[in-house]
Write a protein that binds this ligand. Structure first.
Ligand SMILES: Nc1ncnc2c1ncn2[C@@H]1O[C@H](COP(=O)(O)OP(=O)(O)OP(=O)(O)O)[C@@H](O)[C@H]1O
Length: 539
Protein backbone atom coordinates (compact mmCIF):
# COMPACT_ATOMS: atom_id res chain seq x y z
CA UNK A 1 0.00 0.00 0.00
CA UNK A 2 1.35 3.36 -0.94
CA UNK A 3 0.46 5.55 1.92
CA UNK A 4 -0.01 9.20 1.28
CA UNK A 5 -2.17 11.87 2.77
CA UNK A 6 -4.05 14.89 1.62
CA UNK A 7 -4.00 18.21 3.41
CA UNK A 8 -7.34 19.18 4.88
CA UNK A 9 -9.08 16.15 3.48
CA UNK A 10 -12.64 15.25 4.33
CA UNK A 11 -15.55 17.24 5.69
CA UNK A 12 -14.94 15.96 9.14
CA UNK A 13 -13.96 19.43 10.25
CA UNK A 14 -17.64 20.33 10.28
CA UNK A 15 -18.02 18.38 13.47
CA UNK A 16 -15.30 20.13 15.45
CA UNK A 17 -15.67 23.23 17.52
CA UNK A 18 -13.41 25.39 15.35
CA UNK A 19 -15.75 24.76 12.43
CA UNK A 20 -14.61 26.56 9.25
CA UNK A 21 -16.81 29.43 8.19
CA UNK A 22 -19.50 28.57 5.65
CA UNK A 23 -19.26 32.07 4.16
CA UNK A 24 -17.31 31.17 1.00
CA UNK A 25 -19.77 28.38 0.27
CA UNK A 26 -22.87 30.53 0.77
CA UNK A 27 -21.32 33.44 -1.16
CA UNK A 28 -20.57 31.13 -4.08
CA UNK A 29 -24.09 29.68 -4.00
CA UNK A 30 -25.55 33.20 -3.94
CA UNK A 31 -23.40 34.19 -6.92
CA UNK A 32 -24.63 31.14 -8.84
CA UNK A 33 -28.25 31.91 -7.91
CA UNK A 34 -27.77 35.55 -9.00
CA UNK A 35 -26.10 34.49 -12.26
CA UNK A 36 -23.04 36.49 -11.13
CA UNK A 37 -19.47 35.31 -11.89
CA UNK A 38 -18.03 33.01 -9.23
CA UNK A 39 -14.51 33.92 -8.07
CA UNK A 40 -13.10 30.40 -8.40
CA UNK A 41 -9.51 31.52 -7.86
CA UNK A 42 -10.39 33.13 -4.52
CA UNK A 43 -12.56 30.20 -3.53
CA UNK A 44 -9.63 27.83 -4.07
CA UNK A 45 -7.74 29.73 -1.37
CA UNK A 46 -10.50 29.33 1.24
CA UNK A 47 -11.11 26.40 3.55
CA UNK A 48 -13.36 24.76 0.94
CA UNK A 49 -12.35 21.22 0.10
CA UNK A 50 -11.63 20.11 -3.49
CA UNK A 51 -14.78 17.96 -3.46
CA UNK A 52 -16.83 21.00 -2.45
CA UNK A 53 -15.32 23.09 -5.22
CA UNK A 54 -16.13 20.33 -7.72
CA UNK A 55 -19.67 20.22 -6.31
CA UNK A 56 -20.04 23.98 -6.72
CA UNK A 57 -18.90 23.79 -10.33
CA UNK A 58 -21.48 21.06 -10.88
CA UNK A 59 -24.22 23.23 -9.34
CA UNK A 60 -23.15 26.11 -11.57
CA UNK A 61 -23.26 23.86 -14.63
CA UNK A 62 -26.70 22.54 -13.73
CA UNK A 63 -28.00 26.07 -13.03
CA UNK A 64 -26.69 27.24 -16.39
CA UNK A 65 -28.23 24.26 -18.11
CA UNK A 66 -31.67 25.01 -16.68
CA UNK A 67 -31.43 28.71 -17.51
CA UNK A 68 -29.85 28.95 -20.87
CA UNK A 69 -29.18 25.96 -22.99
CA UNK A 70 -32.08 23.81 -21.88
CA UNK A 71 -31.72 20.16 -21.10
CA UNK A 72 -30.61 17.38 -23.43
CA UNK A 73 -33.41 16.05 -25.54
CA UNK A 74 -34.99 19.44 -26.22
CA UNK A 75 -33.73 19.58 -29.79
CA UNK A 76 -37.17 19.77 -31.34
CA UNK A 77 -37.46 23.34 -30.01
CA UNK A 78 -34.36 24.47 -31.94
CA UNK A 79 -34.89 25.65 -35.49
CA UNK A 80 -32.99 23.65 -38.07
CA UNK A 81 -30.42 25.88 -39.83
CA UNK A 82 -29.59 23.37 -42.56
CA UNK A 83 -29.27 19.64 -43.08
CA UNK A 84 -26.12 17.77 -43.96
CA UNK A 85 -26.05 14.07 -44.74
CA UNK A 86 -29.45 13.69 -43.06
CA UNK A 87 -28.32 15.42 -39.87
CA UNK A 88 -30.48 18.37 -38.80
CA UNK A 89 -27.98 21.09 -37.94
CA UNK A 90 -29.24 23.61 -35.40
CA UNK A 91 -26.55 25.89 -33.97
CA UNK A 92 -22.83 26.55 -34.23
CA UNK A 93 -20.90 25.46 -31.16
CA UNK A 94 -17.48 26.72 -32.15
CA UNK A 95 -14.92 27.08 -34.85
CA UNK A 96 -11.41 25.71 -35.14
CA UNK A 97 -8.70 25.93 -37.73
CA UNK A 98 -9.99 22.79 -39.49
CA UNK A 99 -13.66 23.71 -39.63
CA UNK A 100 -16.80 24.54 -37.68
CA UNK A 101 -18.49 22.46 -35.02
CA UNK A 102 -22.29 22.36 -34.95
CA UNK A 103 -25.00 21.02 -32.70
CA UNK A 104 -27.13 18.66 -34.82
CA UNK A 105 -29.85 16.09 -34.44
CA UNK A 106 -29.36 12.62 -35.86
CA UNK A 107 -32.88 11.37 -36.71
CA UNK A 108 -31.63 7.79 -37.16
CA UNK A 109 -29.96 7.57 -33.79
CA UNK A 110 -32.58 9.93 -32.31
CA UNK A 111 -29.99 11.87 -30.40
CA UNK A 112 -28.13 15.14 -30.51
CA UNK A 113 -24.61 14.99 -31.86
CA UNK A 114 -21.71 17.36 -32.45
CA UNK A 115 -20.99 17.69 -36.17
CA UNK A 116 -17.60 18.90 -37.31
CA UNK A 117 -17.67 20.07 -40.91
CA UNK A 118 -14.19 20.35 -42.39
CA UNK A 119 -12.93 23.04 -44.66
CA UNK A 120 -10.59 22.31 -47.54
CA UNK A 121 -9.28 18.85 -48.35
CA UNK A 122 -11.76 16.24 -47.30
CA UNK A 123 -9.46 13.36 -46.48
CA UNK A 124 -7.88 15.15 -43.48
CA UNK A 125 -11.24 15.11 -41.67
CA UNK A 126 -11.81 11.46 -42.45
CA UNK A 127 -8.36 10.58 -41.13
CA UNK A 128 -9.24 12.23 -37.83
CA UNK A 129 -12.52 10.30 -37.66
CA UNK A 130 -10.76 7.02 -38.38
CA UNK A 131 -8.19 7.68 -35.68
CA UNK A 132 -10.92 8.49 -33.18
CA UNK A 133 -12.86 5.39 -34.16
CA UNK A 134 -9.93 3.25 -32.99
CA UNK A 135 -10.24 4.60 -29.49
CA UNK A 136 -12.70 3.72 -26.81
CA UNK A 137 -12.10 5.44 -23.51
CA UNK A 138 -14.21 7.30 -20.96
CA UNK A 139 -11.99 10.37 -21.36
CA UNK A 140 -11.79 10.38 -25.16
CA UNK A 141 -14.54 11.77 -27.39
CA UNK A 142 -16.61 8.97 -28.98
CA UNK A 143 -17.01 9.29 -32.71
CA UNK A 144 -20.35 8.21 -34.17
CA UNK A 145 -19.67 8.49 -37.88
CA UNK A 146 -18.04 10.28 -40.76
CA UNK A 147 -19.00 10.94 -44.37
CA UNK A 148 -18.47 13.16 -47.36
CA UNK A 149 -21.63 14.93 -48.49
CA UNK A 150 -22.32 18.15 -50.37
CA UNK A 151 -18.56 18.26 -51.15
CA UNK A 152 -17.66 18.51 -47.47
CA UNK A 153 -16.20 15.99 -45.10
CA UNK A 154 -17.93 15.76 -41.76
CA UNK A 155 -17.41 13.86 -38.55
CA UNK A 156 -20.13 13.48 -35.97
CA UNK A 157 -19.53 12.52 -32.41
CA UNK A 158 -21.14 12.55 -29.01
CA UNK A 159 -22.23 16.04 -28.00
CA UNK A 160 -20.53 17.19 -24.84
CA UNK A 161 -22.72 19.46 -22.72
CA UNK A 162 -20.15 21.44 -20.81
CA UNK A 163 -17.22 23.79 -21.28
CA UNK A 164 -13.75 23.58 -22.69
CA UNK A 165 -10.99 23.92 -20.09
CA UNK A 166 -10.06 27.17 -21.82
CA UNK A 167 -13.55 28.57 -21.12
CA UNK A 168 -13.42 27.28 -17.57
CA UNK A 169 -10.18 29.10 -16.81
CA UNK A 170 -11.21 32.29 -18.60
CA UNK A 171 -14.51 32.40 -16.73
CA UNK A 172 -13.56 31.07 -13.33
CA UNK A 173 -9.80 31.48 -12.93
CA UNK A 174 -7.31 28.76 -12.06
CA UNK A 175 -8.23 25.43 -10.51
CA UNK A 176 -7.06 24.23 -7.12
CA UNK A 177 -4.08 21.88 -7.02
CA UNK A 178 -6.34 18.89 -6.31
CA UNK A 179 -8.69 19.71 -9.20
CA UNK A 180 -5.70 20.21 -11.49
CA UNK A 181 -4.34 16.82 -10.48
CA UNK A 182 -7.72 15.21 -11.11
CA UNK A 183 -8.00 16.68 -14.60
CA UNK A 184 -4.37 15.74 -15.27
CA UNK A 185 -4.92 12.17 -14.16
CA UNK A 186 -7.97 11.78 -16.42
CA UNK A 187 -6.10 13.21 -19.38
CA UNK A 188 -3.07 11.05 -18.72
CA UNK A 189 -5.41 8.04 -18.69
CA UNK A 190 -6.89 9.21 -21.99
CA UNK A 191 -3.33 9.36 -23.36
CA UNK A 192 -2.68 5.81 -22.17
CA UNK A 193 -5.46 4.76 -24.58
CA UNK A 194 -4.30 7.07 -27.39
CA UNK A 195 -0.66 6.01 -27.15
CA UNK A 196 -1.65 2.38 -26.63
CA UNK A 197 -3.36 2.54 -30.04
CA UNK A 198 -0.08 3.70 -31.59
CA UNK A 199 -1.30 7.28 -32.00
CA UNK A 200 -0.02 10.71 -31.08
CA UNK A 201 -2.65 13.33 -30.25
CA UNK A 202 -0.43 16.19 -31.35
CA UNK A 203 -2.45 19.11 -30.00
CA UNK A 204 -3.20 18.75 -26.29
CA UNK A 205 -4.38 22.16 -25.13
CA UNK A 206 -7.10 23.79 -23.06
CA UNK A 207 -9.52 24.33 -25.95
CA UNK A 208 -9.26 20.68 -26.99
CA UNK A 209 -10.46 19.31 -23.67
CA UNK A 210 -14.02 19.62 -22.42
CA UNK A 211 -15.36 19.21 -18.94
CA UNK A 212 -18.79 17.69 -19.24
CA UNK A 213 -21.48 18.59 -16.72
CA UNK A 214 -20.88 16.26 -13.81
CA UNK A 215 -17.12 16.47 -14.19
CA UNK A 216 -16.17 13.99 -16.96
CA UNK A 217 -13.03 15.21 -18.72
CA UNK A 218 -13.06 14.57 -22.48
CA UNK A 219 -10.10 14.82 -24.84
CA UNK A 220 -11.08 15.76 -28.38
CA UNK A 221 -9.81 17.21 -31.66
CA UNK A 222 -7.47 14.60 -33.09
CA UNK A 223 -6.88 16.62 -36.26
CA UNK A 224 -3.23 17.45 -35.67
CA UNK A 225 -1.94 14.01 -34.67
CA UNK A 226 -1.50 10.71 -36.37
CA UNK A 227 0.25 7.37 -36.27
CA UNK A 228 3.31 7.60 -34.03
CA UNK A 229 5.44 5.58 -36.46
CA UNK A 230 4.45 7.69 -39.47
CA UNK A 231 4.94 10.97 -37.61
CA UNK A 232 8.40 9.82 -36.58
CA UNK A 233 9.43 9.99 -40.24
CA UNK A 234 7.94 13.44 -40.80
CA UNK A 235 9.43 16.85 -40.33
CA UNK A 236 6.16 18.80 -40.37
CA UNK A 237 5.59 20.81 -37.23
CA UNK A 238 1.95 20.95 -36.17
CA UNK A 239 0.23 21.64 -32.88
CA UNK A 240 -0.13 24.86 -30.93
CA UNK A 241 3.03 26.87 -30.33
CA UNK A 242 2.74 27.44 -26.57
CA UNK A 243 2.39 23.70 -25.94
CA UNK A 244 5.26 22.48 -28.14
CA UNK A 245 8.05 20.52 -26.46
CA UNK A 246 11.64 21.82 -26.77
CA UNK A 247 12.71 18.90 -28.92
CA UNK A 248 9.82 19.59 -31.34
CA UNK A 249 10.87 23.24 -31.52
CA UNK A 250 14.38 21.94 -32.21
CA UNK A 251 13.04 20.02 -35.21
CA UNK A 252 12.06 16.58 -33.88
CA UNK A 253 8.68 15.15 -34.91
CA UNK A 254 5.65 15.21 -32.58
CA UNK A 255 5.71 12.13 -30.39
CA UNK A 256 4.01 10.52 -27.44
CA UNK A 257 6.65 12.26 -25.30
CA UNK A 258 5.69 15.65 -26.71
CA UNK A 259 2.01 14.89 -25.91
CA UNK A 260 3.06 14.45 -22.26
CA UNK A 261 4.96 17.73 -22.34
CA UNK A 262 1.86 19.50 -23.71
CA UNK A 263 -0.23 17.95 -20.97
CA UNK A 264 2.10 19.38 -18.33
CA UNK A 265 1.91 22.82 -20.01
CA UNK A 266 -1.87 22.48 -19.74
CA UNK A 267 -1.63 21.56 -16.04
CA UNK A 268 0.47 24.67 -15.47
CA UNK A 269 -2.22 26.75 -17.19
CA UNK A 270 -5.00 25.17 -15.13
CA UNK A 271 -3.19 25.57 -11.84
CA UNK A 272 -1.60 28.98 -12.36
CA UNK A 273 -4.10 30.53 -14.77
CA UNK A 274 -1.41 31.28 -17.35
CA UNK A 275 1.02 29.43 -19.59
CA UNK A 276 4.50 28.64 -18.23
CA UNK A 277 6.18 30.89 -20.82
CA UNK A 278 4.85 33.68 -22.97
CA UNK A 279 6.48 34.04 -26.38
CA UNK A 280 5.45 35.29 -29.78
CA UNK A 281 7.68 33.06 -31.88
CA UNK A 282 9.08 29.55 -31.82
CA UNK A 283 12.58 30.93 -31.33
CA UNK A 284 11.54 33.09 -28.39
CA UNK A 285 9.65 30.21 -26.79
CA UNK A 286 12.55 27.81 -27.21
CA UNK A 287 14.87 30.30 -25.47
CA UNK A 288 12.36 30.87 -22.68
CA UNK A 289 12.06 27.11 -22.08
CA UNK A 290 15.66 27.03 -20.83
CA UNK A 291 14.51 28.90 -17.75
CA UNK A 292 12.11 26.79 -15.67
CA UNK A 293 8.92 28.59 -14.61
CA UNK A 294 8.76 29.75 -11.00
CA UNK A 295 6.26 27.66 -9.06
CA UNK A 296 5.89 28.55 -5.42
CA UNK A 297 3.62 26.07 -3.69
CA UNK A 298 1.90 27.04 -0.49
CA UNK A 299 4.02 25.96 2.48
CA UNK A 300 2.62 22.90 4.20
CA UNK A 301 0.27 21.98 1.36
CA UNK A 302 1.53 18.61 0.20
CA UNK A 303 -0.72 18.37 -2.87
CA UNK A 304 0.49 21.75 -4.12
CA UNK A 305 4.08 20.80 -3.41
CA UNK A 306 3.74 17.53 -5.27
CA UNK A 307 1.98 19.14 -8.23
CA UNK A 308 4.60 21.87 -8.50
CA UNK A 309 7.40 19.28 -8.48
CA UNK A 310 5.60 17.28 -11.17
CA UNK A 311 5.10 20.35 -13.34
CA UNK A 312 8.73 21.42 -12.90
CA UNK A 313 9.94 17.92 -13.77
CA UNK A 314 7.50 17.58 -16.69
CA UNK A 315 8.69 20.86 -18.23
CA UNK A 316 12.36 19.85 -18.23
CA UNK A 317 14.12 20.64 -21.47
CA UNK A 318 15.76 17.22 -21.37
CA UNK A 319 13.08 14.60 -22.19
CA UNK A 320 15.00 12.01 -20.13
CA UNK A 321 14.23 13.97 -16.98
CA UNK A 322 10.47 13.88 -17.60
CA UNK A 323 8.05 11.10 -16.69
CA UNK A 324 8.53 8.51 -19.41
CA UNK A 325 5.02 7.47 -20.44
CA UNK A 326 1.35 8.28 -19.96
CA UNK A 327 0.80 5.34 -17.63
CA UNK A 328 3.49 6.54 -15.22
CA UNK A 329 2.19 10.08 -15.41
CA UNK A 330 -1.36 8.89 -14.66
CA UNK A 331 -0.02 6.90 -11.74
CA UNK A 332 1.87 9.88 -10.31
CA UNK A 333 -1.18 12.08 -10.64
CA UNK A 334 -3.49 9.40 -9.32
CA UNK A 335 -1.43 8.66 -6.27
CA UNK A 336 -1.51 12.24 -5.21
CA UNK A 337 -5.07 12.86 -6.26
CA UNK A 338 -6.27 9.87 -4.40
CA UNK A 339 -4.14 9.85 -1.41
CA UNK A 340 -2.29 13.10 -0.89
CA UNK A 341 0.90 13.45 1.05
CA UNK A 342 3.27 10.71 2.20
CA UNK A 343 3.58 9.78 5.82
CA UNK A 344 6.47 8.27 7.64
CA UNK A 345 6.86 4.51 7.80
CA UNK A 346 7.13 2.83 11.15
CA UNK A 347 9.80 0.19 11.58
CA UNK A 348 8.21 -3.21 11.36
CA UNK A 349 9.02 -4.49 14.82
CA UNK A 350 7.35 -1.50 16.42
CA UNK A 351 4.50 -1.13 13.96
CA UNK A 352 1.30 -2.95 13.31
CA UNK A 353 2.65 -6.36 14.12
CA UNK A 354 2.49 -5.40 17.78
CA UNK A 355 -0.64 -3.34 17.57
CA UNK A 356 -2.50 -5.95 15.61
CA UNK A 357 -1.61 -8.75 18.00
CA UNK A 358 -3.43 -6.88 20.74
CA UNK A 359 -6.47 -6.76 18.50
CA UNK A 360 -6.28 -10.41 17.59
CA UNK A 361 -6.39 -11.35 21.24
CA UNK A 362 -9.67 -9.51 21.47
CA UNK A 363 -11.29 -10.91 18.35
CA UNK A 364 -10.46 -10.04 14.82
CA UNK A 365 -13.34 -8.15 13.34
CA UNK A 366 -14.68 -5.96 16.01
CA UNK A 367 -14.60 -5.25 19.63
CA UNK A 368 -17.36 -3.37 21.26
CA UNK A 369 -17.60 -2.76 24.97
CA UNK A 370 -20.50 -0.32 24.97
CA UNK A 371 -23.64 -2.09 23.73
CA UNK A 372 -25.24 1.19 22.63
CA UNK A 373 -22.20 2.15 20.56
CA UNK A 374 -22.43 0.82 17.04
CA UNK A 375 -19.87 1.37 14.35
CA UNK A 376 -19.93 -0.21 10.90
CA UNK A 377 -16.71 -0.43 8.95
CA UNK A 378 -16.38 -1.96 5.53
CA UNK A 379 -13.64 -1.80 2.92
CA UNK A 380 -14.72 -1.29 -0.67
CA UNK A 381 -12.80 -1.50 -3.90
CA UNK A 382 -13.70 1.22 -6.41
CA UNK A 383 -14.69 -0.39 -9.67
CA UNK A 384 -15.98 0.92 -13.00
CA UNK A 385 -19.55 0.40 -11.84
CA UNK A 386 -19.13 1.68 -8.30
CA UNK A 387 -17.75 0.40 -5.00
CA UNK A 388 -17.56 -3.35 -4.41
CA UNK A 389 -17.44 -4.67 -0.83
CA UNK A 390 -14.29 -6.47 0.24
CA UNK A 391 -14.64 -9.35 2.62
CA UNK A 392 -12.01 -9.31 5.40
CA UNK A 393 -9.95 -12.05 3.72
CA UNK A 394 -10.41 -10.80 0.16
CA UNK A 395 -7.69 -10.47 -2.47
CA UNK A 396 -6.38 -7.18 -3.76
CA UNK A 397 -3.98 -6.36 -6.56
CA UNK A 398 -1.57 -3.53 -7.24
CA UNK A 399 -3.47 -0.51 -8.52
CA UNK A 400 -6.72 -1.37 -6.69
CA UNK A 401 -8.27 1.74 -5.14
CA UNK A 402 -9.74 1.14 -1.73
CA UNK A 403 -11.95 3.14 0.57
CA UNK A 404 -13.32 2.51 4.02
CA UNK A 405 -17.05 2.95 4.51
CA UNK A 406 -17.49 4.11 8.07
CA UNK A 407 -20.55 4.93 10.14
CA UNK A 408 -20.80 5.23 13.89
CA UNK A 409 -23.70 6.30 16.06
CA UNK A 410 -21.24 8.30 18.18
CA UNK A 411 -18.82 11.02 17.27
CA UNK A 412 -15.44 9.26 17.10
CA UNK A 413 -11.79 9.83 16.39
CA UNK A 414 -10.83 7.39 13.65
CA UNK A 415 -7.37 6.08 12.82
CA UNK A 416 -6.51 3.78 9.91
CA UNK A 417 -3.10 2.14 9.83
CA UNK A 418 -1.68 -0.13 7.23
CA UNK A 419 1.20 -2.52 7.07
CA UNK A 420 2.20 -3.92 3.71
CA UNK A 421 4.15 -7.05 2.92
CA UNK A 422 7.40 -5.10 3.00
CA UNK A 423 6.75 -4.51 6.69
CA UNK A 424 6.21 -0.81 6.14
CA UNK A 425 3.54 0.56 8.41
CA UNK A 426 1.88 3.86 7.67
CA UNK A 427 -0.93 5.99 8.97
CA UNK A 428 -3.59 6.33 6.27
CA UNK A 429 -6.07 8.34 8.28
CA UNK A 430 -6.40 11.03 9.63
CA UNK A 431 -5.00 12.88 6.66
CA UNK A 432 -4.84 16.19 8.44
CA UNK A 433 -5.49 17.47 11.93
CA UNK A 434 -8.93 18.65 10.79
CA UNK A 435 -10.21 15.19 9.82
CA UNK A 436 -11.12 14.06 13.30
CA UNK A 437 -13.53 13.71 15.00
CA UNK A 438 -15.89 12.07 12.53
CA UNK A 439 -19.52 13.10 12.95
CA UNK A 440 -22.07 10.71 14.45
CA UNK A 441 -24.70 8.91 12.38
CA UNK A 442 -23.27 9.83 9.02
CA UNK A 443 -22.30 7.36 6.29
CA UNK A 444 -18.72 8.35 5.45
CA UNK A 445 -16.14 7.11 3.02
CA UNK A 446 -12.55 7.51 4.12
CA UNK A 447 -10.11 8.97 3.30
CA UNK A 448 -11.79 11.98 1.69
CA UNK A 449 -15.51 11.38 1.29
CA UNK A 450 -17.70 9.80 -1.38
CA UNK A 451 -17.31 12.65 -3.87
CA UNK A 452 -13.69 13.45 -3.22
CA UNK A 453 -12.14 11.11 -5.77
CA UNK A 454 -9.70 10.11 -3.05
CA UNK A 455 -8.86 6.50 -2.31
CA UNK A 456 -5.97 4.44 -1.05
CA UNK A 457 -4.13 2.72 -3.84
CA UNK A 458 -2.57 -0.70 -3.39
CA UNK A 459 1.01 -0.21 -4.43
CA UNK A 460 2.69 -3.57 -3.86
CA UNK A 461 1.93 -7.03 -5.16
CA UNK A 462 2.62 -10.44 -3.66
CA UNK A 463 2.18 -10.93 0.06
CA UNK A 464 -0.36 -9.37 2.33
CA UNK A 465 -1.85 -6.06 3.26
CA UNK A 466 -2.99 -5.51 6.83
CA UNK A 467 -5.20 -2.73 8.11
CA UNK A 468 -5.88 -1.73 11.65
CA UNK A 469 -8.81 0.57 12.25
CA UNK A 470 -9.27 2.26 15.58
CA UNK A 471 -12.35 4.27 16.57
CA UNK A 472 -12.01 6.10 19.82
CA UNK A 473 -14.37 8.33 21.77
CA UNK A 474 -11.37 10.50 22.65
CA UNK A 475 -8.32 11.50 20.63
CA UNK A 476 -5.48 9.00 21.01
CA UNK A 477 -3.10 11.56 22.38
CA UNK A 478 0.12 9.67 21.82
CA UNK A 479 -0.83 8.85 18.28
CA UNK A 480 -1.96 12.43 17.66
CA UNK A 481 1.39 13.65 19.00
CA UNK A 482 3.30 11.26 16.76
CA UNK A 483 1.25 12.41 13.76
CA UNK A 484 1.86 16.06 14.60
CA UNK A 485 5.59 15.35 14.71
CA UNK A 486 5.38 13.58 11.32
CA UNK A 487 3.59 16.53 9.82
CA UNK A 488 6.29 18.86 11.09
CA UNK A 489 9.03 16.57 9.82
CA UNK A 490 7.67 16.14 6.33
CA UNK A 491 8.63 19.58 5.05
CA UNK A 492 11.71 17.97 3.51
CA UNK A 493 12.22 18.15 -0.23
CA UNK A 494 11.58 14.95 -2.13
CA UNK A 495 11.49 14.24 -5.81
CA UNK A 496 8.38 12.93 -7.55
CA UNK A 497 9.82 9.43 -7.66
CA UNK A 498 10.69 9.49 -4.01
CA UNK A 499 7.14 10.36 -3.09
CA UNK A 500 5.99 7.14 -4.61
CA UNK A 501 8.76 4.77 -3.71
CA UNK A 502 11.15 6.03 -1.08
CA UNK A 503 10.54 6.06 2.62
CA UNK A 504 10.18 9.51 4.16
CA UNK A 505 12.20 10.19 7.35
CA UNK A 506 11.82 7.69 10.13
CA UNK A 507 10.27 8.45 13.46
CA UNK A 508 12.35 8.74 16.56
CA UNK A 509 12.27 5.83 19.01
CA UNK A 510 10.23 7.91 21.45
CA UNK A 511 7.59 8.66 18.82
CA UNK A 512 7.37 5.01 17.88
CA UNK A 513 7.03 3.94 21.46
CA UNK A 514 4.33 6.54 22.02
CA UNK A 515 2.45 5.27 18.98
CA UNK A 516 2.62 1.67 20.06
CA UNK A 517 1.49 2.58 23.58
CA UNK A 518 -1.51 4.35 22.06
CA UNK A 519 -2.48 1.31 20.08
CA UNK A 520 -1.90 -1.15 22.87
CA UNK A 521 -4.40 0.52 25.14
CA UNK A 522 -3.08 3.80 26.42
CA UNK A 523 -6.72 4.88 26.58
CA UNK A 524 -9.75 3.76 28.52
CA UNK A 525 -10.67 0.45 26.87
CA UNK A 526 -14.41 1.08 26.99
CA UNK A 527 -13.90 4.07 24.72
CA UNK A 528 -12.11 2.24 21.91
CA UNK A 529 -13.18 -0.06 19.11
CA UNK A 530 -10.69 -1.80 16.82
CA UNK A 531 -10.86 -3.88 13.66
CA UNK A 532 -8.28 -5.71 11.67
CA UNK A 533 -8.51 -6.58 8.00
CA UNK A 534 -6.01 -8.70 6.13
CA UNK A 535 -6.10 -8.79 2.34
CA UNK A 536 -3.96 -11.10 0.23
CA UNK A 537 -2.25 -9.69 -2.84
CA UNK A 538 -2.84 -11.36 -6.18
CA UNK A 539 -0.91 -10.47 -9.28
N1 LIG B 1 -18.14 17.06 -29.26
C1 LIG B 1 -18.35 18.34 -28.95
N2 LIG B 1 -19.37 18.66 -28.13
C2 LIG B 1 -19.60 19.95 -27.82
N3 LIG B 1 -18.86 20.99 -28.25
C3 LIG B 1 -17.81 20.72 -29.05
C4 LIG B 1 -17.50 19.40 -29.45
N4 LIG B 1 -16.42 19.44 -30.25
C5 LIG B 1 -16.07 20.74 -30.35
N5 LIG B 1 -16.90 21.52 -29.63
C6 LIG B 1 -16.84 22.99 -29.48
O1 LIG B 1 -16.39 23.52 -30.69
C7 LIG B 1 -15.20 24.27 -30.49
C8 LIG B 1 -14.30 24.13 -31.69
O2 LIG B 1 -13.77 22.84 -31.71
P1 LIG B 1 -12.55 22.41 -32.64
O3 LIG B 1 -12.05 21.14 -32.10
O4 LIG B 1 -12.94 22.40 -34.04
O5 LIG B 1 -11.61 23.64 -32.58
P2 LIG B 1 -10.52 24.19 -31.57
O6 LIG B 1 -9.92 23.08 -30.79
O7 LIG B 1 -11.13 25.30 -30.79
O8 LIG B 1 -9.48 24.81 -32.57
P3 LIG B 1 -8.37 24.08 -33.46
O9 LIG B 1 -9.08 23.10 -34.32
O10 LIG B 1 -7.81 25.22 -34.22
O11 LIG B 1 -7.41 23.43 -32.53
C9 LIG B 1 -14.61 23.74 -29.21
O12 LIG B 1 -13.80 24.68 -28.59
C10 LIG B 1 -15.87 23.41 -28.41
O13 LIG B 1 -16.37 24.58 -27.80
Amino acid sequence: MNANQRAGAGRTSSAVSDEPTTEPLSNALSAIADQAPVAWDLLAQTSLQPGELEGLRLIEDVARAFRGQGMPGETETRPVAFTWNGLQVTERLGAGSYGDVWRAFDPWLEREVALKLFRGHASAGLDEARRLARLRHHNVLSVLGCAIADDRAGLWSELIEGNTLADLITRGGPLSAAETMRVGRDLAQALVAVHGAGLVHGDIKASNVMRERGGRIVLMDFGAGGEARLLAAQRVRSGTLAYLAPEVLDGAPASQQSDLFALIVLLHLLYRGHLPWSADSALELRRAQNVPPQLLPKQGDPIEQHLCRMIAQGLSVDPRKRVGDAQSLARCLQIQTNMATPVAPIRRHLGLAIAASAVLALGIFGWMLRPDWRTDVKFVRLGESGPVSLEPDASVRAGDRLRLQFESNRQVYAYVLNEDDQGIATVLFPLSDRDNPLPAAKALELPGGVDSGLAWEVGASGGQEEFLIVASAEPLTNLEQALADWRRARGVQRSVDQIVTVAPPELSGAQLNALVRSLEGDVRPESVQKWQFRFTHTR
